[in-house]
Design a protein around this ligand. Structure first.
Ligand code: ATP
Length: 139
């Protein structure tokens, strides 16, 4: 049996994922980090993006928006504003959110909050990416 590490992904609303996994890649603020069991302790800020997870021969992604990650040798705690597993993602809703954000970013109206539109665009892109099947995990 390959070694495992427990992955807990929580939001203020719910526990999204809590299982033993073999490998994960996370979008840390200063670049993607690969995490294997018995990783050195670490605390980092996470950007909006996807967690790439390998568990029991399966690979999948979890969409997240910004938060924190704490890594201990036997457990990874991801605490983020929002997180969704691929089957929970409403693709049409994410496409619409992406279009809305892109339209706002193209607009020249002064009342547009560009940082907010940019963040909404990143969330929509992460959700659309999480439902794609191709997964390339870097350790
Ligand atoms: P929208 O404009 O479509 O509401 P958003 O990025 O502003 O998107 P958030 O504020 O990030 O939405 O999320 C609010 C709640 O809705 C969270 O619980 C999040 O998990 C959920 N959620 C957002 N978009 C989707 C989606 N496309 N599919 C499933 N759940 C979603």
């Amino acid at each position: 049996m390959p070694p495992t590490i427990r992955l807990e992904v929580v939001t203020p609303e719910r526990v999204v994922y809590s299982e033993d996994i073999n490998l994960m890649e996370a979008p840390a603020i200063d670049g993607a980090i690969g995490i294997l069991p018995r990783h050195a302790p670490l605390v980092t800020v996470l950007k909006t993006g996807v967690l790439k997870v390998a568990s029991g021969g399966k690979r999948f992604k979890i969409a997240i928006s910004e938060g924190f990650m704490e890594v201990k040798p036997d457990q990874i705690n991801v605490v983020v504003r929002t997180a969704e597993l691929p089957h929970e993602i409403d693709v049409e809703r994410a496409r619409k959110a992406k279009e809305r954000a892109e339209e706002r970013l193209r607009s020249e109206r002064s009342e547009i909050d560009f940082a907010r539109a940019e963040a909404a665009l990143e969330r929509a892109i992460a959700r659309l990416k999480a439902v794609e099947r191709d997964i390339d995990i870097h350790e």
